[in-house]
Every structure is written in structure tokens, then in C-alpha cells.
Design a binder for this molecule. Structure first.
Ligand SMILES: [Zn+2]
Length: 263
């Protein structure tokens, strides 16, 4: 949870502060570490909303894009209470899903929020199993690199190996975020091995739902830079270890050679 109520205001966490959960009214405390994005946590590690999933920077970027007035909105219906990830000014619920989800939870969420909801799924975890190619063109250009498909216009076919089958009976629109400048809007075959979809630009999507595209773009570039930095550092570490191993191997040879000389 990225917002809690402090002094009647919806605020982001600061180190060592306390607040109230807007959903259940329970006391929450700030978690401001170095690895995860700063968030609020319930006590005893319990979260009040059974649909809760651990939040990631992917969640934070999308929620912040739609602004604190629209993110994490408490919705009550028939004695049930849930926290919608995003409720737009035009009353559309955007549910963000980062991790695998059970079929039952998908239909529960759809029923609770009704026709006005849509799914935005993080495809980063399965992008290598999800290939997209031209449906109508003369050349079936296979590509698993979603940002390298030349023509993003028109219907595309997809092949999804190890498809996440719990999505097969989804009843709302699904948009998959593969970490590029577009979203893949699945038109049929969600959760199955093959299907059809369209690319739509993130800019159009964000502006359609009154989000802040500039903010999103800024964060997007920042995350990409961080990721590049991380990969570069990993590579450096690997190279250093490799040369250390070579060096050690070399020293072993020298020692063996010296030993033999003594004979
Ligand atoms: Zn709560």
C-alpha cells in the first residue's frame, strides 16, 4: 500500500511514521528501506484486502501515473470492501496484476467492480514465452522482442508457451505491459496458447484515462537507466570473477610446475 491516512490526509510514507489504513481502518507503519519502494504495512504482516499482492515498483509507477486522487481507492459494495488499484475520474477501475493469480480471484474481482474495470498485467515475467507476429501481412515475422516489431499497426497473432491458464476465462479487457512503449491489448485467446491482439501506445492509454504521461515517461526512463546500470555492474562483477579464476588457474599451474621441478 503506497498511501495511508495521516492527519486526515492521504500521504506517502516517511521513515518511522504511522498512519491508518483507508480500507480497514487498522494502524499501519511506514516501511522505508533501500531495496523496495517506500510503502505502508499492516501489523502482524496481515493485509486487510484478500486480493492484495506484494507491491512492486511496477505498481508504484502505474499508480503514481494516475495520481494520488485516483490510486488505491476504497470501494464498498454489499458489505464488501476492497481497494481498487486505480479508479479514474470517469469511474473506470484499472486493476494492476504483477504475479500469477487464481481463476477464482479473477472472477471475484470482475464481479465486484463490474463492467467498468479492466486488467493491466505485467508481462515482464513471461515475455520470453510470448511471441507476437503479423496476422494479416505476407510475412509472418516472428519476434519475441516486442519492441522490435516494425509494424505495430493492425491485428497481431500471438503464441504463448506455458500460458497462464487462470486467465482463460477472463471477462474484461486485458492489456499486457511488456516493458516497452506500447501495451498489448488481448482481443481473444487470453490465457491460452494462441490468440489475437493489438498494440496500443502507452501514451494513448494513459491520456485516455487522464493519467500523467510525462510522469510515466520520466519514471520509465529512470527505471531503464537503473536496469542498464544493474546489468553493467553484474557484467563487471562477472568479468572480475572470471579474470580472478583465470589468475588462480595460472597460479596453480605455476605451483605444479615448480613442484615437478623439485623432483
Ligand atoms: Zn487495512
Amino acid at each position: 500500500m503506497f498511501w495511508a491516512i495521516v492527519n486526515n490526509e492521504k500521504v506517502r510514507p516517511q521513515p518511522n511514521t504511522f498512519g491508518t489504513c483507508p480500507t480497514c481502518g487498522g494502524k499501519v507503519h511506514s516501511k522505508c528501506g533501500e531495496i523496495n519502494d517506500w510503502h505502508w504495512a499492516h501489523y502482524k504482516g496481515q493485509n486487510c484486502d484478500p486480493w492484495y499482492e506484494p507491491e512492486s515498483d511496477w505498481h508504484l509507477d502505474w499508480k503514481m501515473t494516475f495520481g494520488k486522487e485516483c490510486a488505491e481507492q476504497v470501494i464498498r459494495k454489499n458489505n464488501e470492501i476492497h481497494r481498487a488499484d486505480v479508479l479514474t475520474k470517469e469511474n473506470v477501475v484499472i486493476e494492476l496484476q504483477n504475479s500469477p493469480i487464481r481463476k477464482g480471484i479473477i472472477s471475484e474481482r470482475e464481479e465486484f467492480y463490474g463492467q467498468r474495470m479492466l486488467w493491466l498485467i505485467n508481462g515482464g515475467h513471461f515475455k520470453n514465452n510470448f511471441q507476437i507476429f503479423e496476422l494479416d501481412g505476407p510475412h509472418h515475422r516472428w519476434s519475441s522482442e516486442h519492441n522490435q516489431i516494425k509494424n505495430k499497426i493492425g491485428r497481431k497473432a500471438f503464441q504463448w508457451n506455458h500460458a497462464r491458464r487462470s486467465w482463460a476465462e477472463v471477462n474484461r479487457h486485458v492489456f499486457i505491459d511488456f516493458g516497452t512503449d506500447t501495451l498489448f491489448w488481448v482481443r481473444s485467446g487470453m490465457g491460452t496458447k494462441t490468440g489475437i491482439g493489438l498494440f496500443i501506445s502507452k501514451k494513448d492509454f494513459i491520456l485516455k484515462y487522464d493519467g500523467d504521461y510525462e510522469y510515466y515517461q520520466e519514471q520509465f526512463e529512470l527505471r531503464q537507466k537503473k536496469e542498464e546500470q544493474r546489468l553493467l555492474e553484474n557484467k563487471k562483477k562477472e568479468d572480475a570473477e572470471k579474470s580472478k579464476r583465470i589468475q588462480q588457474g595460472h597460479m596453480r599451474l605455476v605451483r605444479r610446475y615448480r613442484k615437478r621441478k623439485r623432483w
